[in-house]
Write a protein that binds this ligand. Structure first.
Ligand code: SMG
Ligand code: MG
Length: 369
C-alpha cells in the first residue's frame, strides 16, 4: 500500500450539552479528521482527539494539524509497502505527538482493513459483539442539577456513571448521587489532575461511597501521590493522563500507582499500542476500560472495537451518539440494555455521512506526495 494524498479536515461540532471538567467548559468539539487516500483507490479515516487547548495533554488541535502536515504525513507518504504497523516506526523520529500519530495510524489502518475485508475489532482480537458502556457526567453549578442530570442518563439506560470532580465539588456531589440512586449504582469519579498532596486525606474520604474507582486525581507525572492514595484507600485507583504507553502502564501498575487502567488509544499513540497495553495489563492481572474524548462516530467506532477485547472488563466512556451530537458523522450509535454494538464491517465499519461533514466543515487541506 502507498498513500497518494492525505486530507486534513477541520470540523466544528456543537455538543448537545456543555461538558465541564476541572480543565474548563467545552460547548463544541473542534474535530480534526485525517483522510488517507491509497494508490489502490482506498480511503481510510482517523479522528484526532486533541482538544482545542493543551489542557488534557500537551497536544492541541491546531498543533496536531500542523505536525501532521509538516512532519508525520510526509514521513508516512514516502513509504512504499506501507502498513498500519509501520506508521509508528516511520514517525518515531518525532517526539511525542501521540494523538496526531494515532489519527494517522488509524486512517492507514482503516484503509488497509477495508482492502482486506477485515473489521478493526477482528484485527485487534476483539471477542464481544457488544460492550458495556457508561456515561461521563460533567461538573454542574449545583448538586441538585447533578442529581437531575444523572437521573436523566439513568432513564436513558446508562448502567454506569462517572462523575467529574474537582476541589470544592467532590464529597458532597458524590454523596448526593449515591444517596439518590442507592448503593447498587456502579459509580466512579475522575479528578483530571486537579488535586495536590495536601488533598490526600480529603480524597481518602471518597472510600465511604463504594466507588468502582478514583481516576487520575493528581498530575500526570505524580506516580508517588497515586501510590500514597492507593495505600490510604480501599477504592481502586485508576490512571488516565499518566498512561502514555504499554511500558508506562506496566511501571504504574508495578509501583502500585494504579490497579485499573483507562486505555485511550490516542493518548498512547495509536490502537496498536493500546492493544499492547491491554495485553500487558492482562498479564499483570489489571483490568482495563476504554476512555473517551468526546469522539464523533468515527472515533467511537474504533473505541468500540478496542473495548471488545477480553480484558476490557469495566464499562467504557463510550456513550451513544445522542449524548454528544445532534448529528453525528456516522449512523448514530444507540444504547441497548446499557450496551452498544461493536461495528462488524471492514475497517471502522461505519459509513461517513458526507452531507454532515460538509455542513460542519471549517477547513480542508490536501497533502500530496
Ligand atoms: O467521551 O464520553 C466521553 C468523555 C469522557 O470524561 C471523559 N473524558 O479525562 O476521561 C477524561 C475525559 C477527557 C476529555 S474531557 C477534557
Ligand atoms: Mg479521565
Amino acid at each position: 500500500m502507498k498513500l497518494t494524498s492525505v486530507e486534513l479536515l477541520r470540523l466544528r461540532m456543537p455538543l448537545v450539552s456543555a461538558f465541564r471538567t476541572s480543565f474548563g467548559v467545552q460547548t463544541a468539539r473542534d474535530v480534526l479528521l485525517v483522510v488517507a487516500h491509497t494508490s489502490d483507490g482506498g480511503v481510510g479515516y482517523g479522528e484526532c482527539v486533541a482538544l482545542a487547548d493543551p489542557v488534557y495533554s500537551e497536544e492541541y488541535v491546531e498543533g496536531a494539524a500542523h505536525v501532521l502536515e509538516r512532519y508525520l504525513v510526509p514521513a508516512v507518504m514516502a513509504c512504499n509497502g506501507l502498513t498500519a504497523a509501520r506508521v509508528s516506526e516511520l514517525t518515531s523520529g518525532f517526539v511525542g505527538q501521540r494523538m496526531a500519530k494515532a489519527a494517522l495510524e488509524l486512517a492507514v489502518l482503516d484503509a488497509q482493513l477495508q482492502e482486506s475485508g477485515m473489521s478493526l475489532a477482528a484485527y485487534l482480537g476483539g471477542t464481544r459483539d457488544r460492550v458495556d458502556v457508561g456515561v461521563s457526567v460533567g461538573i454542574t453549578d449545583t448538586v441538585d442539577e447533578l442529581v437531575e442530570t444523572v437521573g436523566g442518563y439513568r432513564e436513558q439506560g446508562y448502567g454506569r456513571v462517572k462523575l467529574k470532580i474537582e476541589p470544592g465539588f467532590d464529597l458532597e456531589p458524590v454523596a448526593a448521587v449515591r444517596e439518590a440512586f442507592g448503593p447498587d449504582l456502579p459509580l466512579q469519579v475522575d479528578g483530571n489532575t486537579a488535586y495536590h498532596a495536601k488533598d490526600l486525606a480529603h480524597l481518602a474520604r471518597l472510600d465511604e461511597f463504594g466507588l468502582l474507582l478514583i481516576e487520575q486525581p493528581f498530575e500526570h507525572d505524580a506516580l508517588d501521590l497515586h501510590v500514597e492514595l492507593a495505600r490510604r484507600c480501599t477504592t481502586p485507583i485508576c490512571l488516565d493522563e499518566t498512561l502514555t504507553s504499554a511500558a508506562v502502564t506496566a511501571r504504574a501498575v508495578m509501583t502500585g500507582a494504579c490497579s485499573i487502567a483507562n486505555i485511550k488509544a490516542a493518548r498512547m499513540g495509536g490502537y496498536l499500542e493500546a492493544r499492547r497495553t491491554h495485553d500487558v495489563a492482562q498479564a499483570l492481572d489489571t483490568p482495563v476500560w476504554c476512555g473517551g474524548m468526546l469522539e464523533t462516530g468515527l472515533g467511537r467506532a474504533a473505541n468500540l472495537a478496542l473495548a471488545s477485547l477480553p480484558n476490557f472488563t469495566l464499562p467504557g466512556d463510550i456513550s451513544a451518539s445522542a449524548r454528544y451530537y445532534a448529528d453525528d458523522l456516522t449512523e448514530p450509535f444507540t444504547l441497548v440494555g446499557g450496551q452498544i454494538e461493536v461495528p462488524r464491517g471492514p475497517g471502522l465499519g461505519v459509513t461517513v455521512r458526507t452531507d454532515v461533514v460538509e455542513r460542519v466543515l471549517t477547513s480542508r487541506k490536501e497533502i500530496r506526495g
